[in-house]
Design a protein around this ligand. Structure first.
Ligand code: SIN
Length: 189
């Protein structure tokens, strides 16, 4: 599958019949809110884990030297915390462009972080069949890769460090993200 998913998302999942949709963000969508939203709430999804296994050709790297960014990997017992936004459906024109480097959007259920209920909404996932996918490697190697990468949206290290800070703000622990952060801080010293 091509790594530009803009058209695929628009064609296979038109949203015009809806007024607003909830969107779950687990990577840069937690801290980089360059889109209007009606409301936002911390949330979590079950059965998925956050992994820095996706290549970035357009934000934190280039096609020649991709960066490493977050995607979700299915894992039956996992829980992934993030931020949910209620947005009007016209906002997906911007979001589909922003997330075009391999991410497809899916409807799934997410639960409010305070456990007060749940809602059905969209999440962008970059699966192993997209051309920009890099796959697993050790957290130390991921940190080394992130330390040397940069792209049009800035240094790859900024993506990781802002995500780690946002998870702390949510009082959430993520072993994978915090292990990469530890190695990265040593490298940036
Ligand atoms: C997300 O944040 O939910 C998707 C991945 C990203 O844009 O970093």
């Amino acid at each position: 599958m091509s790594h530009d998913t803009t058209l695929v998302n628009q064609q296979r999942q038109p949203l015009d019949h809806l007024d607003s949709v909830w969107l779950f963000g687990y990577g840069s969508l937690i801290y980089k809110t360059d889109f209007p939203y009606l409301q936002r709430r911390p949330a979590r999804i079950h059965g998925w884990q956050r992994r820095f296994w996706q290549g970035s050709h357009d934000h934190r790297g280039t096609p020649e030297a991709p960066g490493r960014v977050a995607t979700l990997i299915e894992a039956p017992d996992a829980i992934c915390a993030g931020m949910a936004y209620e947005v009007t459906t016209d906002v997906f024109e911007h979001l589909d462009h922003r997330e075009k480097n391999g991410y497809l959007r899916f409807f799934t259920e997410f639960e409010w972080l305070d456990r007060s209920g749940s809602v059905e909404g969209l999440v962008y996932v970059a699966g192993p069949d997209n051309e920009a996918y890099l796959g697993p490697t050790s957290e130390q190697e991921i940190a080394q890769h992130i330390a040397r990468s940069k792209g049009p949206s800035g240094p790859n290290s900024e993506y990781l460090l802002k995500l780690a800070a946002s998870l702390r703000d949510l009082q959430e622990h993520d072993d994978h993200v915090f292990a990469i952060e530890k190695h990265l801080l040593e490298l940036l010293d």
